[in-house]
Design a protein around this ligand. Structure first.
Ligand code: FES
Length: 361
């Protein structure tokens, strides 16, 4: 179980802590942390999340894999112990990352899982520690951590140790305020390298877009760019957006600012903030109306039309689509004047009303 990497006990753990310290030092030197908007609760949640994930959840899950694996699938124990290290490493990493892609995507598309992942998006600024803020239960249910347990049980501890180091480097790097990819877009000679890298791994620009507050800026896509280490899954499954720019606003629209205790311990502790998605009895009701809304726009004005039918500000998006499979439609008005926008969400020419509501009434 404790097969040391390159003969040095716990080397992978030291390197991961080293990566965290490296990015924290880089952000401190760059002065980002002194200008940080983070509250005490944010720090507790992020640092606590890192400690819980590294020293409680992962060891607990690996222990459980041995406990249950030993009686349920004893033949699998040490099955890959004598296999080629790099082949095991590659299989471990690819399976791990595709599992995490889908888990993360479901975290945005299903309401119950969104409530556990939502703290990750309540951060109003990026930073190396943001990658560790989720509800505790989100980590316990994470399929790729159970995959780690299975691979270790099968004798692939070394491959897992190397994989964790590489993964943490990319994931912490994509959340960090140190935007290491910026230089690749700035100098033309480096652009081809940027193209190769961004098509394989998750860069800060790619992941910042996922944390952007709203698609209205033309950069953000909180309902896309779900990849953790590799961007290839987003390209394969149609959720990739490459802009090579960084959104100026990070976080959630209409954030009720839940206490960190509720964010971290939900559903054991619910939020006391009225209207919070993690308050007791909260329900996301449909807000569709049969009649269209008449809206005034200037030519070139951008707006987000609500597709999910749950916005409290119909016909526009207010972020209520989080936890559903919908995302808003980014529109640009072609002319000055009034336009009838659909509110029944049955239109065949979104965002405009095409009288489909007449058939429904
Ligand atoms: S609230 Fe955003 S699509 Fe409905």
């Amino acid at each position: 179980m404790n097969e040391p990497l390159f003969g040095i006990p716990n080397l992978d753990g030291y390197i991961v802590i080293g990566i965290v310290l490296f990015f924290s030092l880089a952000e401190t030197i760059a002065g980002y942390l002194t200008a940080s908007k983070r509250t005490f609760g944010d720090w507790i949640q992020e640092a606590g999340g890192f400690i819980a994930l590294s020293f409680i959840y992962k060891p607990l899950i690996v222990f459980s894999a041995f406990y249950f694996g030993g009686s349920l699938i004893p033949d699998v124990q040490n099955y890959v112990a004598n296999s080629n290290l790099w082949a095991v490493f590659l299989i471990y990493l690819l399976v791990d990352d595709v599992l995490q892609y889908w888990y993360h995507r479901f975290g945005h598309e299903y309401g119950w899982l969104w409530k556990l992942h939502r703290p990750h998006h309540q951060a109003e600024e990026m930073g190396f520690f943001v990658s560790y803020r989720n509800a505790g239960l989100y980590y316990l249910l994470m399929p790729n951590i159970w995959w780690v347990g299975l691979v270790v049980f099968a004798g692939g501890a070394k491959a897992v140790a190397i994989g964790l180091i590489v993964k943490q480097l990319v994931i912490i790097g994509s959340h960090s305020l140190v935007r290491w990819d910026e230089v690749l877009y700035k100098y033309k000679v480096l652009n081809p390298l940027a193209t190769v890298l961004e098509r394989i791994i998750v860069t800060p620009a790619f992941h910042y877009a996922h944390h952007g507050k709203s698609m209205i800026d033309g950069i953000s896509d909180p309902n896309g760019n779900y990849g953790n280490m590799f961007s290839i899954w987003d390209q394969m499954f149609g959720t990739a957006k490459f802009t090579r720019r960084y959104p100026s606003q990070i976080g959630l629209v209409n954030d009720p600012k839940d206490k960190w205790t509720a964010s971290y311990f939900y559903p054991l502790i619910a939020s006391d903030k009225p209207g919070s998605e993690i308050s007791r009895g909260f329900k996301k009701e449909l807000t569709t109306k049969l009649e269209p809304a008449v809206c005034e726009f200037a030519a070139g004005e951008k707006y987000l039309w609500c597709r999910c039918g749950r916005s409290q500000n119909q016909p526009f998006c207010d972020g209520s689509h989080h936890g559903t499979k919908f995302k808003p439609l980014l529109c640009t008005s072609k002319r000055d004047g009034s336009t009838k926008l659909c509110q029944c969400k049955l239109t065949n020419s979104p965002p405009f009303c095409d009288n489909s509501h007449s058939a429904a009434s």
